[in-house]
Write a protein of this length. Structure first.
Length: 86
């Protein structure tokens, strides 16, 4: 993936624990620490739960659900510049 840090593997989790006793969560794409938003909701499959975790800095996402399982969607980092700006 273009723009990804060399340590970002699409088959590896985007978010890892870090800090003393694993008290913090770090985004492996942009390096942000404790800047994640997570939610769990009843699954649309009718059983289990769907989860959604997103980095507030780079917008990388991990989702899980009972049908498709775990899916990472790393964002491009650093972000691409807008074409409208000089």
């Amino acid at each position: 993936m273009t723009g990804q840090p060399p340590d970002t593997d699409p088959e590896e989790p985007i978010f890892t624990v870090c800090g003393p006793d694993g008290a913090s969560i770090r985004c492996r794409v942009c390096g942000a620490v404790d800047q994640v938003v997570s939610a769990e909701v009843p699954s649309m499959a009718g059983y289990g739960e769907d989860t959604y975790t997103q980095c507030a800095r780079c917008a990388s996402v991990e989702t899980t659900d009972p049908i498709f399982g775990w899916r990472p969607r790393p964002a491009t980092w650093p972000p691409r510049p807008d074409h409208d700006e000089p």
